[in-house]
Every structure is written in structure tokens, then in C-alpha cells.
Design a protein around this ligand. Sequence first.
Ligand code: NBY
Length: 833
Amino acid sequence: PVKAAAKTSTSATQTTATVDKAQVKAFKEQVEKHLRTTIGTSPVKASKLAWWQAVVATVNEDIFGRLTDTQQTHAKNDTRAVHYLSAEFLMGRLTINNLTNLEKFDVAREALKEFGLDINEICEEEPDMALGNGGLGRLAACFMDSLATCNYPCVGYGIHYENGLFRQEIRAGKQVERPDSWREYGCPWEACRPESVQNIPLGGYVEKQTAPDGSQCSVWHPSSMIKGVPWDIPVVGYRGSSVAILRLWESRSTEQFNWDVFNAGGYVDAQAEKSLAETISKVLYPNDSTEAGKELRLTQQYFFCACSLRDILRRYKRSHHNDFSEFAAKIAIQLNDTHPTIAIPELMRLLIDEEGLSYDQAWDITSKTFNYTNHTLLPEALEKWPVYIFEKLLPRHLELIYEINFRFLNGPVEAKWPGNNEIKSRLSIIEEGEVRKVRMANLCVITSEHVNGVAKIHSKLVKENLFPDYAQLWPNKFCNVTNGVTPRRWILSCNRGLAELYNDVAGKDWPLDLDKCEVLKKYADKKEYQDRFMKIKHDNKVALAKTIKELTGVEVDPNAMFDVQVKRLHEYKRQHLNLLYIMSLYKSLLEDPDQDIVPQVFIFGAKAAPAYTLAKDIIFAINAVGEKINNDLRIKGKLKVVFLPNYRVSLAEKIIPAADISEQISTAGYEASGTSNMKFSMNGALTLGTMDGANIEIVEQAGIENNFIFGLSVDEVLELKPRYNPWDYYNADHDLKAVVDWLDSDFFTPGQPGALSSIKTSLLNNGDPFLVLADFASYKEAHQRAQKLFKDKAKWARAAMINSATMGIFSSDRSIRDYAENIWTLRSQIVKK
Ligand code: NBY
């Protein structure tokens, strides 16, 4: 049924779809109306920013109408809903996505063209909403898109950070952090909802009172109040199905905030005090593993959880008054990692102290309401808060945590392991020691109905290695939900050429059912389709080459193999393994410049946590090595290395569609899932990776023969780790030794000997904790396989097409349906127009 494939020569951003003239005219009129009456300018003098704002205002007209429909449907049916609590939502830009989901992108493009404007240029005006660090935050954003698309009643709750993740500049090869103020000129997508403001108590002390019947009760006397102001960001589902709400809380001071200072005539002092309350939502912590015991961080977590729970309770009580018997039937709460754990004792407190329920009633409800998703096995990344911080900020919550712990240890634990104090101390929420600590993950596991990991291997390790005792107690609590990504953003919006190919071979519904893309497999051996597929890739590479030139000044050849590693910088993700390989390739080219190798461009993007010194050293090393290689005429441009500054969602949308190779090279057992691995594969990159996280499931779908798998397995890592000696590998491998030693010279950093030595030190003297040297030889060999296949254009195209075609299960719609069916028992609701 498919027409000749090669005839449509589509560029990365152009589609050939015919666009309805009347719709274009209407869109144009609306944009012009908003330009004049909402923005207060006119077509002749409007800036690009003003045009963008007018486009958003136009789109919002559609969205807000559908939002009202959605909310009325849910209210009328009194539906069960899920509440996704996450300290991070990495939304990126919304314009192109919302246009795409409303099926208005082509209309908007044509309308703007008639004004003499390029839609992509106009949309470049939009700042990224970078309210997250990495995978965890982006997962939450993809889930919002899928929840809306699949019509599940839901609310996403998070923090309205004034400053998102820092903007990264590279100066003299080094990372410099700059503040990110994403709403400096206002964010036209968000709506403030003053009618839903909350007041949140904090600090103070707990008073013990004896009730008339002789029972003891606790009365919390907080020392201050913080105001929580909600900002709503509507998330529209594909084809406008339903509109989900992302509600982000901003902190403000209240009059109660240090009222005493104010009354004493300290007007100016009180104004200064104000800033303390307003600090709470000021900035996103830029750490993507753990954040060590910072008081402000716990305050942030508590603040947004307390606001969200009051919001949930308020809405529940509107239809059920003070009858809480239906609460757990109507409300599901998902904890995105342990960051919102404080919601557990807060719900207990609200039910007992504010609503007058008994402890048992409150526990019955709470333990049926919460579920917990784990995203990491790194022991240092499991959140633990010193008890003294709790005493100071949340004394009543600490009391409730002790009570939960007491009942747990003396109930289920004592019943299963009578008199076993060793197990009790392992399972306790409280860690004893010089500084007593609250283990947030233990509180989550004890309270939650379900605990899930984010890829099959990860969920197995969560159950067997991280929480083995809990798994003995409650084997059915533990489950898996493999991550996914939204195909609307990660194919349809960012790779229009590929989207059109899928429209042609799979029909237009594939963005709602990604399994449909599998038909492309049937064409994987047909030259005309291979050519079309590779033409799309080539066009995307041409576009990326232009971006690379603009951002770094480096010229790269779109015919070279684009080898990409973009993700947070972490030792376990092993960007330095990639770097060692590049150095060895460079070395062999210097030894034999006429060698027939595939020209390659190595592309990096990565932010390092500002206090993570070694991570920053690795960024510097990549830039130093790149500088040398890119300017070395002897190698005749066969090798280029570029580090793209300020990696973020909008840059990912340009990079991923242009990749040939996707580097997913974490030490096996350390990457919980990975999600960019899925995006790359969907867009036709081949994975060069370890058997870790979701890589395992990706090659299960796409075939191990269509990817380049290398390195130690999870079991082999666990076996080798205790007896690992990096020197054995260093001494046994000439090439490895040479490149590691190269780091110690001043070859890449003239005049600064030792500038790259910290990497060598970590690999040899600090024990190489992530087994970089152990995997080096195998990694090199995988690269050789990749080069060999790249030379065979037909075989490469076939493998790329099979990768793209078989990623159906990695749609976040599938993940969300898994959660809805197995964890939330949530039914979708068709929204009436
Ligand atoms: O979550 C990531 C995992 O590393 C990745 O394998 C997985 O695919 C993804 C989604 O499940 N984890 C992650 O991104 N974590 C963070 O960003 C993060 C942020 C803050 C803190 C800890 C972790 N914190 O303690 O503040």
C-alpha cells in the first residue's frame, strides 16, 4: 500500500503533508489578535519573543477549553486519580510539543511562514523548563505526557523552582555554572491559582497533653508558617485527548512568618526575614545522586509534599466531607524516588492531628495510598536525614516516624524473626550511630503497597540485593515497571522526517501505539527504504553539524560516524572510558596516519554536579583532548571530538535524531535503567553498550546482532569487584598503559603538566571503583565491530531500521499502563467535549 519511498525528500524539519488553508488562516488571525491585544505589539515591530508569546497564547485557547472539559468529567464521575509526587519535572520546551499533540504543528508552521517567519526560529525563543537534573526528572515529564494521552485522571505535584538546573558554560575547557532563570520574562504556559494557596507550618516544638480520658496526645506548636502558591502547567495529551495538570508550588512568606519581629517595629528586618521563606523554592539542587543532609533540601521536600497533600485532602473532602473511608479507594500517590517520602508522616499527621482519626485508621489509609519507585542502587544515594534536623524542623513528624518504626519492629518483624535484634537494626527506619539518622527508603518500603524498580535487572537487584530482608517479609510488594519515553516528543516532534516515514509505512496512529512501527522491519532489506531511512539520518546530521559549528566552532563532516554520549557526568557512566578509547584511536592514527579508518565524530554533552571535582576534571580532559585532536593536521580530519555546552532537553532533541552510535557504557549493575538509550534506538542509532539497565531489554527487542554489546555482566562485576586490581589490566595491556600514562604528561595541556592526572589517580591509586580498565579491551573491540559495520551501508541501515522499529515497548504509554494496571488499579476516563 506504500508509495515509492525515496521520492519525498524531506528535510529534518519539513513535512510534505498538505495543510488545510482555512485552518492556517484562522491560526494566523488568532496569532495576530494575540500579538495586538495580549502582548500589546504589532506584526511590524514584534520581536521574535513577542511572536512566540502570541503563538503560545493562541495554543492556550485550545488547551484551557479542554482542561475544563477534563476536570468536569473527572469531578462528575468522582474518579480515582493518581498523584505523582516528584521533586523534579524536566519539561524542556512546550510549544512544539503542544502544537504536535494538538495536531496543529503544520498549521502553525504555514501560518508563521505567511508572516515571513520560521517556526523553528520562533520556538528557539522559549527557555527550557529545566526543573530537573536528568533521567528521573525527564521520566516524570514523559509520564505526564502519557498520563494525559492515555486519559488517566492525575495530578503531577512538584516545586516551582525559581532557578532550574544551572546553565553550563565552558571557559578554557572548564565547566562554569551560571544561574538559570527560566521565567525571567514570565512563562506564558503557567497559571497562578491563588484560590488554592496553602499555609504550611514548620519548626517549633511538640507539647504532650493528657486528654480527659487519660490518653496522651501531641500538640505541635510550629514556629513559622510558609505560604505555598500553586502554579498550574497544563499538559495536553496527543490529539487533545485530555489535559493533565502539573501543579508546582512556590514558597512565599506569610504575615505569621516572624510576626514578633514585625510587631516590634522591625519592619525592615521582617522584610529581610521574608527572604528565608522565599528561599525554599529558589533553586534546584544540582546533584543527580545524593544531596548530603542539607536542611534547606529537607525543607523543600516537606514544603511541596505538605502543600500537595492539603490540596489532595481539600479536593477529597469537597465530595466526601469528613468521611475518610473512601480515601484509599479514590487516591493513589506515587513517590518518585525517596525525595517526597516526608509525605508519609505528613499524611499520618493530617489524618490524626487535623482530622481526628485514630492512629490505626490513619495507618490503614496511609499504607494503602502510597507506592514507591526506586531509581538507584548506589548506597551513597539512599537518602538519610540526621535526626537532629528532624527535631528542629519537623518534631511532630519525627514522633510519628518513631511510632511507625516501633509498631513495625514489634509487629511484623518480631513475628517473623522473634528476638532477632540484628535484623531489627537492619530494617529499622532509624540508623543508630554517632549521628542517628532517618532512612527514608526504609520508611517508603514499610509504608508502600508496591515498590518498583525501573528496568527488569534493576528491579531484581532492588529486591534481592538492596532490600532482601523486606523481600522475605513481603515478597509480593516488589515489582518492575520498565521505564519508557514519549514518542510524541522523542520521534514525532524532534524527527519529522522519520515521523513521515512511519506515517507512510505504519499509518498515522503509531504515536498512540508504538508497536505499529514494527512493520518497518519488513522494509529493512529493501534498498529504497534503506536509502530513505539513511537520507533522513543524513539530513539530521547536517542540521546537527550546523549546530555544532555554531556552538563550538568545530567543523564536522556529516558523512562521518556520529558517536554520541550525552548524560550527566558520573564515574559510573564512564565518560572516561570513552575518552581513553578516543585517545587510543588517536594514538594509532598518529602511528599510522594513512590507516583506513571510518571518519568519526565523538560528541559529548554532560553537566557535572558543581562539587563533583573528578567529574569536572573529566569534562576538562574531554575538552583538552578534543582541542588537540581537532587541530592536529596529521590525522586529516578523520577524528573530531566535540563537547556541546549546556546539555539539556532542547539540545537532546537536536542531537539524538542525528546519532549513529549511542554510548550506554555504565558499569553493569549501576545504571538503574537509562532512558536516552531508548530515545537513541527509536531514532535509529545503534547501541554500543554494556548489559546494564534497560540496555538488556533494548537488545532483547532489537537483537544483540544489531547492536554492539561489550564488557562484564552484572554477575561478573559482582564476582570481580572484591578482588579487582586495576594494575593487573594496566600492566598487561600496552595500549591501555600508554593512554593512561598519556594523561600524566602535558601533551594535551601544554605548560600544565599533571592537569589531567586526577583521572589516572582515580583509575590506579583509588582502585578504579567502576572497573574502567577491566572493560577497556572489550570496549575497544566493540568499537572495531561498529566501524566495520558502518562501512557496509546496507547492513548498517538494516540494523538501524530494526532498532527503530522494535522500540514499541519503550513508549511511556506502556509504562504508564503498567503502573495503572499493576500498581494504581486506575481506569482511564474518556473526556467529553
Ligand atoms: O533515573 C535516574 C537513573 O540514574 C537512570 O538510570 C534512570 O533511567 C532514571 C529514570 O528512572 N536517576 C536520576 O536521574 N536521579 C536523579 O536525577 C537524582 C536527583 C536528585 C537526587 C538524587 C537523584 N537527590 O538525592 O537529590
